[in-house]
Design a protein around this ligand. Structure first.
Ligand code: AP5
Ligand code: MG
Length: 215
């Protein structure tokens, strides 16, 4: 099935967790700008070095840089039949660029799924998160533990606590989210493609709700 999906939601709402499940079920790539930046930081590329200065402060990477990376990624062959975008767009500028790029191809986003979780729940989740910087898998020490402690189930890489998951940085990311990204909920509401799901439920229930939307 051909579909282009955007995941919206606060940091820690479960965008990545759900996007990976969507990608697998519908056979489309999971495209996460955060994962792309983290892979570049891990490999110490110039892009990674620049992105890190913003990410560690909980700030957004500048639109210019982010947009270029995203448009290059979705132009790849594996994105022909659609994709699930996780963490992009995050500003109105990014949303407009994506919309224009797609409309030039006579195309558009099909669904914008907002994973709704209040700030109080988010703070609790982040400290327990563990991430695989190699394949992008995400775990939680209580809710979603890996089979073997500290090791990624998929690729065997050691799991880490992300540098931006310190409590002070999480607070900053939440305020950046409310200022710069939350307006996209209205934006896609006006486009008529916004779907809300209750992200405080168990992750499998959240996924059932999403599958109900996507069909
Ligand atoms: P990014 O990597 O996108 O981070 P984020 O938006 O802050 O979101 P997270 O990855 O923290 O959370 P998530 O919603 O994916 O939740 P997850 O599934 O992990 O971006 C990082 C940084 O990169 C940004 O701050 C910015 O600097 C930069 N950046 C990236 N994209 C950019 C862009 N477009 N423009 C500019 N800058 C950009 O789940 C969270 C935890 O909860 C996990 O431990 C998980 O196991 C657990 N969990 C998930 N679902 C549930 C559930 N239902 N119940 C209980 N626990 C759950
Ligand atoms: Mg994520």
């Amino acid at each position: 099935m051909k579909m282009k999906i955007i995941m919206l939601g606060a940091p820690g709402a479960g965008k990545g967790t759900q996007a990976i499940m969507i990608a697998e079920k519908y056979g489309i790539p999971h495209v996460s700008t955060g994962d792309i930046f983290r892979a570049n930081i891990k490999n110490n590329t110039p892009l990674g070095q620049e992105a890190k200065t913003y990410m560690d402060k909980g700030m957004l990477v500048p639109d210019e840089l982010t947009v270029k990376i995203l448009l290059d990624r979705v132009a790849k062959d594996d994105c022909k039949n659609g994709y699930v975008l996780d963490g992009f767009p995050r500003t109105i500028v990014q949303a407009d660029v994506l919309k224009d790029a797609l409309s030039k191809l006579g195309d558009r986003i099909d669904h914008a799924i907002n994973v709704d979780v209040p700030d109080e729940n988010i703070i609790k989740r982040m400290g327990g998160r563990r991430a695989c910087l190699k394949c992008g898998a995400t775990y939680h020490i209580e809710h979603v533990p890996p089979k073997k402690e500290g090791i990624c189930d998929n690729c065997g890489e050691a799991l880490v606590l992300r540098d931006d998951d310190k409590p002070e940085t999480v607070q900053k990311r939440l305020s950046v989210y409310h200022e710069q990204t939350q307006p996209l909920i209205d934006y896609y509401g006006k486009e008529g493609i916004l779907k809300n799901v209750d992200g405080t439920q168990d992750m499998n229930r959240v996924f059932e709700d999403i599958c109900g939307i996507l069909g």
